[in-house]
Write a new protein. Sequence first.
Length: 448
Amino acid sequence: MERAVELMEMLEARDRRARRQRELLERYRLPLISFTMNIAGPVKNGPLIRRGFRLGRRLLLEQLERMGVPCVFREERDEAAGCEGLYAADAAPGALKELTCALEDGTELGRLFDMDVLTPEGSKLDRPSPRKCLICGGPAKICARSRIHPVPELQEKTRQLLETGLNRHDAETAAGLAVRALLYEVCVTPKPGLVDRRGSGSHRDMDIFTFLRSGAALWPYFARCVQTGRETALRPAPETFAALRWPGKLAEGTMYAASSGANTHKGAVFSMGLLCGGLGRLDRDLWPQPERVLAEIAAMTAGTVERELSGLTGETARTAGQRFYVQYGVTGVRGQAEAGFPAVRDWGLPVLEAGLAQGKSPDEAGAAALLALLAHTTDTNLIARGGIRTQRETAARMEALLREEPYPCRETLERLDRAFTEGGLSPGGSADLLSLCWMLHFLQKEDK
């Protein structure tokens, strides 16, 4: 909760930090990086400021790792007086100061980062060049000393910087994870009738390289979906879904261009686009909660089946999904989305995560999750290729198989792959849901 802090509270926090710095310097005899946020005004902490600190911490630790610098100690505090981080790093103080200045001067939120470097003897290294003012770009010390800019102006500029930078970072993070999820799905091997690292399964117009091109091309679309969700977050959830329609159509065009006309990710454009839009609507701290994310998708797509499928007849149904609804009452991915993807929530994701927790490989855990999805959803791709009876029989066989062998061995999977491929069957709908499982798994592991 945001609150103003008194001057005495700020002074006490500064004294405590100085004492702690002395203790760590004496204990480790190494340079120390002290990281706080440069926030004007009496409110020194809050959700946006906290997230800005987390991003700065992440950037700092990533750069230390890139440089091969061991961080032998790290400590963080999150209090009303502000966020603080102390890091003992085994490197030359000058090299650390060069790094922290680069982060302060060369990153979008760097103007709000205050990263001091203390030598093992306790001296604070000076910057090679003065910091620039947040408002006018002049020397920050001169503006601060003369109080040229009023505090409300500084606070508003700080808020704008944090919102813009963090929204962009969130969109890029989610888009990267979404593409990773698509690539993990296609790389899980072996999969029955699907493209994987061994071959093309029942597909003659695509291979794994087709999927790699298509998946990589969709990164900007997924980022746009997150941004759309953020821009419409204060409006009713179905408005976000409506706003995603045209970007989705454009993304389908991008997919076909990247895949030379093959339908590699049309289902994922819909389902993963929805997930990314839902993430944009949610506070970043809620992203690691699969049920909350899926509930947001359900809210976004509420009433979709009624609006888009009711009233169809055999004469008016045009797409395969529409025909299956008229013939069999199958609601397909629309029904899954409107219900919050129950096959993902109740079957695919739990099987995937349990397998990984048991030490199963991504191939083993991913294949089992795929079969669980196949057993507990109505895969319209199977209906299109083999008919409703084949789909129902296949789902029943997968359910029975998983009771006997929860994580099927490679020989079993290869046997399934041969049978599906010989029959021209492909559970592409379940594969799209597997991508969602990977995405939700990655979100739980992501460092905010």
